[in-house]
Design a protein around this ligand. Sequence first.
Ligand SMILES: Cc1cc2nc3c(=O)[nH]c(=O)nc-3n(C[C@H](O)[C@H](O)[C@H](O)COP(=O)(O)O)c2cc1C
Length: 391
Amino acid sequence: MSVLFTPKKIGEVEVRNRFVHAATYESMAEEDGKVTDMLIDRYSRLARGEVGLIVTGIAIVHPLGNVPGRAIGIHDDAMIPGLRRLVNAVHEHGARIFIQLLHAGAQTNRRAIGRMPLAPSFIGPNPMYLNFARPMREGEIKEAIRAFGEAARRAAEAGADGVHVAASGGYLLNEFLSPYFNRRKDEWGGSDENRFRIMREVILEVRKHLAPGMALTVKLTANDYTPRDGMTTPLAARYARWMAELGIDALEIASGCTTYSGWHIWRGGVPVRELVKDLPAWQKPVAWLKFRSMAGKYDFSGPYNLEDARVVKAAVGEVPFILVGGLRHLSQMEEILKEGVAEFVALSRPLIREPNLVKKFREGRAERSSCISCNKCFAEIVHRRPLRCMA
Ligand SMILES: Cc1cc2nc3c(=O)[nH]c(=O)nc-3n(C[C@H](O)[C@H](O)[C@H](O)COP(=O)(O)O)c2cc1C
């Protein structure tokens, strides 16, 4: 039997195979963040389709870290009953579930949070949201750290198997870790050790609130692609080693931060027409120019985080590694595991198209995903419609 279908533990959590559903924002929660039947249906289908571990899409830990749209909320105890229903639905079909904890930092807007977004430092206008964010005060940083801990407690009360902390995508923790975004001169910036401080505090705070046996994993951006050096692979490796020393249970590497680096995260097509067509008329010309200028620059290129993974994996030793990004062929995934670059493979877009892909792989009914990485699924969530494959 292929190693892909053998069980393995993440911390104390045994996962039935090596297939992970990579965190994918579903745009399916209620306006206030509560879990809906649509979300339960989506995750039940993935669990029935034999995914081993489901990482949910972003779950917002603090109202000021919200994103525009319909993300899952984990910022309030009122969210717990819905999250519990979600967890139970996944467990019913033998899969494990980790909730992805996120604070959006600067990557949001006034409409989503009711005031100016928060960031480590003042940078200038955000190229996607076209707004400004203001530097956080010490008390606000501590409040954000506590919010991650409280969110972990809610995940535990909901019965989740673990939490997956997002230090990726250009969001708050990614911003603090990155020398491009973090220009602070106090104890939260100015050196790698200081930039890492918030991450250290979040890991310790989250761990304090998890139930025994729950796992704590992290998604870390290895490359920001910002105008000047931000996160780079060697820096990611350094941070990853510190996270390993703090006892995280698994690490996943990503690339790109959403608003500065275009499509590095989800390499493939830039569906200009779909991205622009439902925008208000006044936004269309600028958006068209922006997306048009990106087209053809992020062509799909197989497992595109592999080189970063090789470097970062070497820094974390025995900590299980989850590889995401461009994995489409079963044979390729098997090679990656055999080579020892990763212990788990994570898929996002392929599972939007075929939630039962893992089952198909196991039954020998497919050797590759039929996802064409057109990214029209992404255009759907940009327009706040529920996630679905549009190809
Ligand atoms: C529609 C969409 C939504 C996504 N939402 C999230 C998210 O909520 N959290 C996250 O960490 N990554 C998110 N990602 C990135 C994926 O987890 C993954 O890293 C990326 O799509 C590359 O994997 P793939 O080639 O298997 O799609 C999203 C990707 C897509 C296409």
